[in-house]
Design a protein around this ligand. Structure first.
Ligand SMILES: Nc1ncnc2c1ncn2[C@@H]1O[C@H](COP(=O)(O)OP(=O)(O)OP(=O)(O)O)[C@@H](O)[C@H]1O
Ligand SMILES: [Mg+2]
Length: 322
């Protein structure tokens, strides 16, 4: 049994275009202590996967229309609100892209970490404050005693993200979900935050679900990777195997977008856009952007199948014409 198992998860939203399927049979598993990267372009369902796991999908308009999310065997899709509140922060914690949205501007950062500790642990206020300062020290914040008394706006973006990491690990969660934790930061600070996440994972023994649109981060951080497109996992396996021997043209496109000296460090993009959910047809959602697409690709959705040591959902990969 994996620590976290997402099995055939379907999430729908009621919209003005009718009911759309944001997650269409997503399966992921996370083992204790490992890092799984979930990667894909904007709108492919990464955050909805994370929010479903946290029990934070707004319902309505959202609905979990099928599947299961099991944490150490317990199905969270069937858990009560009280159980989910107790679970959040203590067993699974989440770090968001923009720390300003999850930090409260009117309280000091030390106060907010201490409150997070007091919510789930029976310790005195003084002890919670001392623990908060120790955590700030652990995540590399200089003069943690003084910084604990700062308000979020007094800290830089990178320091705020360190505060979020401190808060997230304050109750030693088994699972840490980091949703694009470095997108709002500049490149050198991004690298520092990734280093910190690696260290923290080592020290605290947490499993990390790292959400990113950056294949470069995958190669640096992840043991395994799941590539998502239009609400489905389209390729998954060991990170180095998927990066070195990707079988899906979409994954290949993301890999080609990793800035490298080969193309002068210039940022590339896959031509075309992700189709909006209400316009998804019967075929492969990537077909209209795919140079290799055949008629079959436009008429039938490929399932994930074993191909070259890992799983890919591509007719061409499965049938050997790619
Ligand atoms: N409240 C909502 N109502 C309707 N559709 C929604 C809602 N929330 C999300 N969606 C849709 O679900 C899909 C997946 O969204 P999600 O936020 O998971 O994307 P993402 O992969 O995290 O993208 P990004 O990289 O931009 O954060 C998108 O098509 C989005 O429009
Ligand atoms: Mg997102």
């Amino acid at each position: 049994m994996s620590l976290l198992e997402i099995e055939d998860l379907r999430v729908t939203f009621s919209t003005r275009h009718g009911v759309v399927t944001a997650l269409d049979g997503v399966s992921l598993s996370l083992e204790a202590g490992e890092t799984l990267a979930v990667v894909g372009e904007s709108g492919c369902g990464k955050s909805i996967t994370a929010l479903s796991t946290m029990g934070l999908i707004p319902m309505p308009p959202g609905r979990i229309a099928g599947g299961a999310i099991r944490l150490a065997g317990e199905d969270l899709t069937r858990a009560s609100d009280a159980r989910l509140r107790a679970m959040r922060g203590a067993e699974i914690a989440m770090i968001f892209q923009e720390p300003m949205t999850s930090l409260n501007p009117v309280f000091t950062v030390g106060h907010q970490i201490a409150e997070a500790i007091l919510l789930h642990q029976t310790v005195s206020r003084d002890q919670a404050w001392r623990d908060a300062v120790a955590l700030l020290d652990r995540v590399g914040i200089p003069s943690p005693d003084a910084r604990a008394r700062d308000y979020p706006h007094q800290l830089s973006g990178g320091m705020r993200q360190r505060v979020m990491i401190a808060m997230a690990v304050s109750c030693r969660p088994k699972v840490l979900i980091a949703d694009e934790p470095t997108t709002a930061l500049d490149v050198t600070v991004q690298a520092q935050i990734f280093d910190l996440l690696n260290e923290i994972q080592h020290d605290f023994g947490a499993a990390v679900l790292l959400i990113t649109h950056d294949m470069g981060a995958v190669s640096e951080m992840a043991d395994r990777v799941a590539v998502m497109y239009a609400g489905r996992v389209i390729e998954t396996g060991q990170a180095d195997d998927v990066l070195d021997h990707s079988r899906h043209p979409y994954t290949q496109g993301l890999i080609d977008c990793i800035p490298s000296v080969d193309h002068g460090g210039a940022l590339r993009e896959i031509p075309g856009v992700v189709p909006p959910l209400h316009l998804l047809g019967a075929g492969c959602a990537f077909a209209e952007r795919c140079d290799h697409a055949r008629d079959q690709c436009r008429s039938a959705k490929p399932d994930l199948r074993e191909t070259g040591g890992h799983l890919a959902a591509c007719h061409g990969a499965a049938e050997g014409w790619l």
